[in-house]
Design a protein around this ligand. Structure first.
Ligand code: NDP
Length: 299
């Protein structure tokens, strides 16, 4: 009898620890030159999930030797006051990266706020200038979650050139930049979305399948080509057996039975996102000082 197929599990937690280690080593080298990379995180309001993210970002920033500046503003903060804070951060030489935690309260115009950040400090990569630079294959700051996915794929495969990649989801923060990055690495890229016809058949064409849908366990094993690499970006909270569990957009058990490699949830893409935020802050700091950007930490 042949042994059941076992996909390689791509361990995002271990990979993220490696990336943080690389960042920390470079930060130590900068410290010897009197340079301390600084990350400012702005949180408006008291959304509990956002508070947890901001706390984790602050802790990890300090752990790698960077300076962390947290700005917690009241939910009723006016657009003018928020813009004023961003102007101050743009002008502050101790701040190399600025992140405004999304979502913002409804009375604030997110596009206006994000586009007021100095693009050279836009470590989330959401400023329209960075979106344009990525789209035209120029040096930019790249959104953290897709950057983390790209790093894991490069690590697993080496070159991605010529591979068929299918990205399910076309959001501005994950799907579209992910597709651009894969195109930049010479994949043949298909972007699928809620209007795609015969999604299963499209997915089965993928050597690399990235799920960024926001629907628990929607991508099942029958949609995965045998041997494909599956990257699950989804984070969904579901009630199961009376407990709240985190699951991805991929049905892990059935997909892992056919995939060649797969990222788990939790412990896959999630931990890479903050690691890439730190990498982007280091990149922004090096560029601000006219220093070379460390290899392997950018797109
Ligand atoms: P959005 O809701 O912004 O986008 C979801 C996309 O999925 C849309 O393009 C939508 O298509 C598409 N979609 C929805 N239903 C279907 C369907 N039935 N078939 C095919 N496509 C469908 O989500 P995000 O991109 O912001 O996030 C995606 C997932 O990634 C979420 O689970 C989120 O929690 C997670 N996430 C994880 C991060 C991490 O650090 N690991 C960071 C960011 C997000 P259409 O455009 O047609 O509506």
């Amino acid at each position: 009898m042949t042994a059941p197929h076992a996909a390689t599990v791509i361990d995002g937690k271990a990979f993220a620890a490696r990336v943080r280690g690389q960042v920390q080593a470079h930060v130590a080298q900068l410290a010897a030159q009197g340079i301390v990379p600084g990350l400012a995180v702005v949180l408006v309001g008291e959304d509990p999930a956002s508070q947890v993210y901001v706390r984790n970002k602050g802790t990890q920033t300090v752990e790698v030797g960077m300076a962390s500046f947290e700005h917690k503003l009241d939910a009723a903060t006016s657009e003018a006051d928020l813009l004023d804070l961003i102007r101050q951060l743009n002008a502050d030489p101790a701040v190399h990266g600025i992140l405004v935690q999304l979502p913002l309260p409804g009375h604030l115009n997110s596009d206006l706020i994000i586009n007021s950040i100095d693009p050279a400090k836009d470590v989330d990569g959401f400023h329209i200038s960075n979106v344009g630079l990525l789209g035209t294959g120029q040096k930019s700051l790249v959104p953290c979650t897709p950057l983390g996915c790209l790093m894991m794929l490069r690590d697993h495969h080496g070159s991605l050139a010529g591979m068929n990649a299918v990205v399910v989801g076309r959001s501005n923060i994950v799907g579209k930049p992910m597709a651009q990055l894969l195109l930049g690495d010479s994949c043949t890229v298909t972007i699928a979305h809620s209007r795609t016809r015969d999604l299963a058949a499209v997915c089965r064409g993928a050597d690399i399948l990235v799920a960024a849908v926001g629907r628990a366990e929607m991508i099942t094993g029958d949609m995965v080509r045998p041997g494909a690499t599956v990257i699950d970006v989804g984070i969904n909270r579901v009630e199961r057996d009376g407990r709240t569990r985190l699951v991805g957009d991929v049905h892990y058990a059935s997909a892992a039975a056919v995939a060649g490699a797969i990222t788990p949830v939790p412990g896959g893409v999630g931990p890479m996102t903050i690691a890439c935020l730190l990498a982007n802050t280091l990149t922004a700091c090096c560029r601000a000082h006219g220093l070379p950007v460390p290899e392997g930490l950018t797109a």
